[in-house]
Design a protein around this ligand. Structure first.
Ligand code: FRU
Length: 533
């Protein structure tokens, strides 16, 4: 069995392949740009690398699209977004670094040739920069312009992430012609949370899974504001109302700003971007999962950082949170399939799912149980902890009542290594209230000592009337991306097994709770390799 060794936090220093930038769909092609260091597997020398795809699964790498070459971006081309202007003309807004002190301005770039299907060359005209920090704005904390949206008053709008003392700011800018931008008197929104990086602001439909173009303001809709909090390196979002006449965004009272807020992902997932995919009427979310091994390992392997599998996002029927699901195109990589039906898991059971390549797999499982009576009482000492701390405390091996049950991914044959993804229930004080958390425990993921092996957890706002719960996990050598309860709670983690690799990797379903759990249905597929960079 695995033994805890503690972990070393690598301070998130690596991002040779950094976050997704300016994703867009244009004339039949998906474009993904990303922060990239052409000179090594550590952060620095940032350019926008560029890849294209027709399905967001198989990618063709191109030369970097935007790189430091002008006084307005000499020290780096940081994050930004794409907007498709009327007449089907894409334009990119990005943050340029103008001096060694990291002073930030907002620039634009346009394709050199709109009829090149891959839009390989981008030009940065000399009327850049478009937006300077201006009076009262902290010039070293002023970055990551959003996709623009167009208001009924004929003005474009963007937000730029910033900080004023301890307040995260979403500064709002307006423009008639996309070239001359004026700062609005009030930010679109702000909250006492620390710096807001990579903000994203978009409408979601209240009655359909379909996505909406970013400028949609009418109809039965809500808006989502997402920010990446530099402080915690997690992303938080609120669902709320955009009062466009006043240009104010107000989160609903079911959704709070700050550390207690909703997250896209409760694991290693940062600096994400969404875009509207007009070809399939959906909104797609791209995130970045950096390495959690050491910087010297990254230098050895020659790369660092991955893009997560693109996810479709839409508003849950409750209107209180988003749902996320891997794009359907991922299923084209599914190979050999094994399935299980009606398999009982009693206390202590570990059932191996044999017959697939467990190091590169897609697993979908639905669990059921007869009763909630066995759920353990909520321990008052957990009240001061968040779900993540409770997970580190309780883990997957500590016997519970209802749970822990779930999957052991990337497991070695004798369980020296494994990464459990599981549910655990507890009964809250008022006896009929239950909390359910999805957890991923990193402690046993690798025998290597010098790794950061965090545990992650998020509560799942689940309807328990039918006593069923689903889990999907995408397992890919050093990454496990999981979607609990149909995409209500998601956790991504980077793990580095030493024994549970390639053909020596195993997958198990397990239950360490006294309540018997039934696997109603489990489907697992070996996944084929896509074309990649
Ligand atoms: C997020 C971030 C962005 C910035 C970029 C630079 O991690 O700090 O705010 O634009 O990275 O690479």
């Amino acid at each position: 069995m695995c033994v805890s060794t503690g972990y070393v936090h690598d301070d998130y220093g690596n991002q040779s392949i950094g976050h997704p930038e300016g994703p867009m769909y244009y004339n039949g092609i998906y474009h993904l740009f990303y922060q990239y260091n052409p000179k090594g597997a550590v952060w620095g020398n940032i350019v926008w690398a560029h890849s294209v795809s027709t399905d967001m699964i198989n990618w063709k790498p191109l030369d970097p699209a935007i790189y430091p070459s002008k006084p307005f971006d000499r020290y780096g081309c940081w994050s930004g977004s794409a907007t498709i202007l009327p007449g089907n003309r894409p334009i990119i807004l990005y943050t340029g670094i103008v001096d060694p002190n990291n002073t930030q301005v907002q620039n634009y770039a346009v394709p050199a040739n709109y009829s090149d299907p891959y839009l390989q060359k981008w030009v940065k005209p000399d009327n850049n920069p478009l937006v300077f920090p201006g009076v009262g704005v902290n010039g070293t904390a002023f970055r990551d312009p959003t996709t623009a949206w167009w208001g009924p008053d004929g003005h474009w709008r963007i937000i730029v992430g910033s900080r004023r003392k301890h307040r995260g700011m979403a500064y709002l800018y307006r423009s008639r012609d996309f070239m001359s931008w004026a700062k609005a008197q009030h930010p679109l929104h702000s909250a006492k949370t620390g710096m807001w990086e990579c903000p994203d602001f978009y409408p979601v439909s209240m009655d359909s899974e379909n996505g909406l173009e970013t400028s949609v303001m009418k109809g039965n809709i809500k808006h989502v504001l997402k920010v990446s909090l530099d402080l915690t390196r997690y992303e938080y979002y609120t669902v709320g109302t955009y009062f466009h006449e006043k240009d104010r965004y107000v989160p609903d009272n079911t959704s709070v700003d700050g550390l207690a807020g909703l997250r896209y992902d409760y694991g290693n997932f940062y600096a994400s971007k969404t875009f509207f995919d007009a070809s399939k009427n959906r909104r797609i979310l791209w995130g970045w999962a950096n390495e959690s091994d050491t910087a010297s390992e990254d230098v050895n392997k020659g790369w660092a950082g991955i893009q997560t599998i693109p996810r479709k996002v839409w508003l849950d029927k409750s209107g209180k949170q988003l749902l996320q699901w891997p794009i359907e195109e991922l299923e084209t990589l599914r190979g050999k399939n094994v399935h299980l039906n009606n398999q009982q898991l009693n206390l202590g059971d570990h059932v191996e799912i044999k017959g697939i390549a467990a190091a590169q797999a897609d697993v979908e499982v639905s669990f059921s149980f007869a009763s909630l009576d066995n759920a353990e009482p909520f321990d008052p000492s957990w009240a001061d902890m968040d779900a993540q701390q409770v997970c580190s405390h309780m883990g997957s091996t500590v016997t519970g009542g209802l749970g822990p049950f779930g999957l052991l991914t990337l497991a070695s044959a004798h369980l020296e290594e494994y990464t459990p993804v599981f549910f655990r229930f507890s009964r809250l004080k008022t006896s009929t209230w239950f909390s359910c958390a999805l957890m991923l425990q990193g402690m046993c993921s690798s025998l290597k000592k010098e790794l950061y092996k965090p545990s992650f957890s998020g509560f799942v706002d689940v309807d328990l009337t039918d006593k069923k719960l689903s889990l999907r996990s995408l397992i890919d050598h050093s990454v496990v991306e999981s979607f609990g309860a149909g995409g209500k709670t998601c956790i991504t983690s980077r793990v580095y097994p030493t024994l549970a690799v390639l053909g020596d990797s195993h997958l198990f379903a397990f239950n360490n709770g006294t309540e018997t759990i039934t696997i109603e249905k489990l489907n697992a597929w070996s996944m084929n390799n896509p074309l990649m960079n």
